[in-house]
Write a protein that binds this ligand. Structure first.
Ligand SMILES: CC(C)(COP(=O)(O)OP(=O)(O)OC[C@H]1O[C@@H](n2cnc3c(N)ncnc32)[C@H](O)[C@@H]1OP(=O)(O)O)[C@@H](O)C(=O)NCCC(=O)NCCS
Length: 144
């Protein structure tokens, strides 16, 4: 059965954040609550969620920066894995980005996340020979 995948609403925040924790996607330097709120606040980003009988089973954050389409926080609840939900979420993310005119989907994966790398390879994503550089822009006391 095709899972229901739709944009999250603000009311989904606690369940989405719990899912990200359960899937090992949170890091001390990222505040998941502000990541979620920021993605819902902007018109060119969203968090797509899959709803199962028992609650939220999956998520994919999507965003189009005007040049590339990005996917973050792809997560499938441990009990719901290997049944095609990750693939369905990525397909929904691709559709969301295509509808906004994004010419390419890309994402970042930690190099030691072999499960995700296996998943993305199976989904047909190719490795890109790039180094990702970055730094945080928020000053202390800033509200995101
Ligand atoms: C990666 C993740 C989203 C995959 O979700 P899923 O619902 O289990 O994936 P699917 O059932 O759609 O898998 C589709 C195909 O991907 C491949 N795949 C999935 N999980 C895999 C794994 N752990 N190792 C290798 N290949 C995998 C398989 O080819 C699979 O097809 P099959 O089950 O018929 O063999 C899930 O494991 C997860 O939430 N992981 C923790 C969070 C995470 O690391 N997210 C990515 C951050 S960049």
């Amino acid at each position: 059965m095709t899972p229901e995948i739709e944009p999250a609403t603000a009311a989904d925040a606690p369940a989405v954040i719990a899912l990200w924790h359960a899937c090992g996607l949170t890091r001390p330097w990222n505040d998941p609550a502000s990541d979620f709120a920021l993605a819902l606040r902007e018109a060119q980003s969203s968090v797509l969620v899959a709803r199962g009988k028992g609650g939220l089973t999956g998520s994919a954050m999507v965003g189009f920066d005007g040049h590339r389409g990005w996917v973050y926080y792809l997560a499938v609840a441990p009990a719901a894995r290997r049944s095609g939900l990750g693939r369905a979420l990525m397909t929904a993310a691709e559709r969301w980005l295509r509808e906004r005119g994004a010419p390419k989907l890309q994402l970042m994966v930690r190099g030691d996340n072999t499960a995700a790398l296996g998943f993305y390879e199976a989904f047909g994503l190719a490795r890109q020979d790039v180094v990702v550089l970055g730094r945080f822009l928020a000053e202390e006391g800033d509200e995101l």
